[in-house]
Design a protein around this ligand. Sequence first.
Ligand SMILES: NC(=O)c1ccc[n+]([C@@H]2O[C@H](COP(=O)([O-])OP(=O)(O)OC[C@H]3O[C@@H](n4cnc5c(N)ncnc54)[C@H](OP(=O)(O)O)[C@@H]3O)[C@@H](O)[C@H]2O)c1
Length: 295
Amino acid sequence: MTKLILGKDVSAEIYEELRARIENLKSKGVTPGLAVILVGDDPASQVYVRKKGEMCEELGMKSVTVRMPADTTQEQLMDKVEELNNDPAIHGFIVQLPLPKHLDEEAVINAIDPKKDVDCFHPSNVGRVLIGNPDFLPATPAGIQQMLVRSGISTAGKHIVVVGRSNIVGKPMAAMMVQKGAGADSTVTIAHSRTQNLPEITRLADILIVAIGKPRFVTADMVKEGAVVIDVGTNRVEDPTHPKGSRLVGDVDFENVKDKASAITPVPGGVGPMTICMLMANSVTAAEKASGVIQ
Ligand SMILES: NC(=O)c1ccc[n+]([C@@H]2O[C@H](COP(=O)([O-])OP(=O)(O)OC[C@H]3O[C@@H](n4cnc5c(N)ncnc54)[C@H](OP(=O)(O)O)[C@@H]3O)[C@@H](O)[C@H]2O)c1
């Protein structure tokens, strides 16, 4: 029987633990505070930002959304980053990406205080992940690692193939799984669009993690019998039978692959809910570190 790994279930467990940590902080007079800077009016970003704010409030955290117009200048945005860097009530903040084209994303990320960089995009935090001494882990890969650990899937000595080499998913995922210790200790291969003979490589995976943004790209013939399959992709495809006329599908051809896999994440309902959950976890960690509850 194929096991379905559901982000809702795994994140519910983590939220319970976070509530206890937040209570502990509040008993010491500290309310964890997360701010999100949203520049412009990209509809997908608006939805993400709203969900983040709602989750903060549900957990009893302080939530601040800084809305800036689409024609915000680089200087205005950098000033806002500096203001949040210096605000003691804000323990972590993120700048919702993508930014409007005229703004320099890299300069903005570099300006965030690494201690408040709960997205874990600052080069110093990226480097700390690579050397295995992180303050924070990037949310989506951290969520995937938690799904594996909390579903009792052993990773030690297993061959993990990560398809996709983005800075937010593929690369940090590979960097995390190659570390020494629980929930890692894996043998890792990274594949991408220039990889030759991709199906031969994906068929070697004990755990196959796919983050490419191509609907139903991974088919059953690319998967080893009994593999664990983690589908990060979120692709909107047309579906006239759906009330909205479209629906979300992953990078994996779920219907065909599910019987071959020993465990698999569906889309939607798989990795998706883990990303906000791990952002909340990072924000609580930032508050614990800032207030000396943990080192
Ligand atoms: N559930 C969540 O919370 C969550 C979070 C983040 C992302 N996502 C989703 O995950 C997907 C990937 O996003 P991303 O930001 O990580 O990736 P991205 O920046 O769009 O990069 C895609 C990666 O896939 C590789 N790729 C593209 N076509 C390929 C092919 N035919 N064969 C092998 N590799 C191929 C690209 O290779 P090259 O580098 O060679 O171009 C690139 O490394 C998207 O659907 C995104 O919406 C979901």
